[in-house]
Design a protein. Structure first.
Length: 103
């Protein structure tokens, strides 16, 4: 895993350091920017309070959009599900680390 590097992304005014293969860095940057926009949109509605809830709503909305695309193959769905699971693990890890720093 020598091609891994640490990349810093900002999502909803919070900084996250994520290990990422160099070949996937741009995808991570684009994904973080899309998630940031989605979370800001949700926050601006004022109906969802709390970063955790906003993140979950954004993830659910994105997953729903991806899975409802017509002509989606099983391979694409599996890939999306794996990506969502990886993102969820990274979000949970980052939130846990942030909580530890706040104590």
């Amino acid at each position: 895993m020598a091609d891994l590097s640490t990349l810093t992304v900002n999502i909803l005014d919070r900084e996250f350091r994520v290990n990422c293969p160099k070949s996937e860095q741009q995808n991570l940057i684009d994904s973080a920017a899309a998630l940031d926009r989605r979370m800001r949109d949700i926050r601006e509605t004022g109906r969802v309070i709390g970063v955790d809830r906003i993140a979950i709503m954004a993830a659910l909305n994105l997953a729903s959009e991806l899975l409802s695309t017509e002509g989606t193959s099983t391979t694409v769905i599996d890939t999306v599900n794996k990506s969502i699971n990886r993102m969820q693990e990274k979000i949970e890890k980052s939130l846990n680390e942030t909580e530890e720093l706040n104590f």
